[in-house]
Design a protein. Structure first.
Length: 477
């Protein structure tokens, strides 16, 4: 196979990922691709992440359709250098052999998926053999991003490391403020590892600009990554705008295709309710001491605030530490016992529900947990979560108390062993020092996968959780 032909395959964005779908192609066949261009949006059952290319060339063939699910390792498109003929591309596509998902290496989180190629040879040259191949390892890139707390594309980070570019004052112009290849090159004072003075314009736009005598250097592109499109050239030539959108009258209802996340939610929850034998354990908790503790903490914090949910996550983690037999997953006909208390926190987003993971919740302070939950929730709502943010966990906390819900039964998120559903804190009749009185109470339901957690273990766990909530000093020492 020619070294100038590069396969675009469905990447593996996490250890558990087996399939994904292209929700949108940002380029069409024949378009030229710059280093770091966001070729398409790939959606897994939990995330939607842009697919960034690590080499330059033309998009010669688009094979995958938008909205269709494909297995990891499946050939999605082909990029080739200038001079590669259509016959050569067709021959490559016909001879390409897809591999099983488990044989595909996990790609770098957050972009730079050219490395998401089969770990075993299948006759296709891996994307890393392209002209922008780098000696900077993925671990070095990841460490660089984490140590400098950067919102940056891995490809851009790799270029910055190679060129020694100082990113301390660089502002990202990419999606969600991400630092892009273009931002790194601007900070470096010129192109890095790609052709200089290359106009980011589609072939049609270039031909039209030449015909009309339009200077592409003065046009602001409206396409992906500032790409100049045909409409931009037409607007610059005629001074006109885009055609107005025709509005239609109201319909009885509207339809929308299901997103990959919504399809996955439906599939996984049906699987959970049909395969996992659920049983439910319910308990009422006295919340007076915890509410008083929270009030005291927040008085000392000033502008920062700790929520009831932050304290509950801490308690969920500590209870897992105290009852390790509940810190389990059931998967592939085996039990997985975990040494660390990783707690999922249910977050509602526009397309469904997602559960980012607070890692080592029993080892972190309430204030650390509060900051981490806030950051994860913001990333979830803005679409910035990475695979590492959502993988793992043995138990999830789902809190609908802020919506006034008294109590509910949640569905276990496989392969986790349980989910804790908590309702609102309300004044209700309760036993207070041997007398019937009103007290702040909270209803809790623990849904358990009976294959992983039986009634006795679940009851033991809830007893530990109850003790932590009703004697909350343990949450802050």
């Amino acid at each position: 196979m020619s070294k100038d032909i590069f396969p675009v395959v469905m990447p593996k964005l996490g250890m558990e990922m087996t399939e994904g779908q292209i929700t949108k192609w940002h380029f069409k066949e024949g378009d030229a691709l710059n280093l770091g261009a966001e070729l398409a949006d790939i959606e897994t059952d939990k995330l939607s992440i842009p697919y960034e290319v690590e080499f330059e060339g033309n998009l010669k063939s688009v094979i995958a359709e938008e909205g269709v699910t494909y297995p990891v390792g499946k050939l999605l498109a082909v990029i080739a250098a200038e001079g590669v003929t259509d016959d050569q591309v067709d021959e490559f596509v016909s001879s390409y052999k897809s591999v099983e998902p488990e044989e595909v290496e996990v790609a770098e989180a957050g972009g730079g998926y050219g490395s998401a190629v089969p770990s075993s040879s299948n006759g296709a040259a891996p994307a890393q053999t392209g002209p922008q191949a780098s000696s900077v390892s993925s671990d070095a890139v990841r460490t660089f991003i984490e140590e400098n707390n950067l919102n940056i594309s891995p490809i851009a980070a790799r270029l910055a490391i190679q060129a020694g570019v100082d990113l301390s004052s660089v502002s990202g112009t990419g999606r969600l403020g991400r630092i892009s290849v273009a931002n790194v090159e601007a900070a470096a004072g010129g192109p890095l590892g790609r052709k200089a003075n290359r106009v980011n314009a589609s072939p049609v736009a270039k031909r039209l600009a030449k015909q009309k005598g339009v200077d592409l250097d003065v046009i602001q592109g409206t396409g992906p990554n500032g790409r100049i499109l045909k409409r931009d050239v037409e607007g610059a030539s005629a001074g006109g705008g885009l055609a107005s959108v025709v509005q239609v009258g109201p319909a009885r209802y509207r339809t929308e295709p299901l997103s990959g996340m919504r399809k996955a939610i439906a599939r996984r929850l049906v699987q959970s309710k049909t395969e996992a034998p659920h049983h439910y354990l319910r308990i009422e908790l006295h919340m007076a001491e915890l509410m008083s503790l929270r009030e005291g903490i927040n008085k000392r914090l000033g502008d920062k605030k700790v929520s009831v949910n932050d304290l509950l996550v801490r308690a969920v983690g500590l209870a897992l530490r105290d009852v390790p037999e509940a810190n389990v997953q059931y998967a592939d006909d085996e039990m997985r016992f975990f040494n660390q208390a990783d707690v999922g926190v249910a977050v509602a987003v526009e397309s469904g529900l997602i559960t980012p993971i607070v890692k080592g919740a029993c080892k972190k302070s309430v204030l650390q947990i509060s900051g981490e939950i806030a950051a994860l929730a913001e990333k979830a709502r803005s679409g910035g979560l990475l695979p590492a943010d959502i993988e793992g966990g043995t138990i999830t906390l789902s809190n609908l108390g802020m919506f006034g819900i008294q109590g509910f039964d949640a569905v276990v998120n496989p392969p986790q062993g349980a989910i804790i559903a908590v309702g609102a804190v309300e004044e209700r009749p309760a036993n207070v020092n041997g007398l019937l009185d009103l007290a702040p109470m909270m209803h809790v339901t623990m849904s358990c996968d009976h294959r992983a957690i039986d009634g006795a273990v679940g009851a033991k766990y809830l007893a530990a959780f109850k003790d932590l909530i009703e004697n909350p000093v343990s949450l802050v020492i």
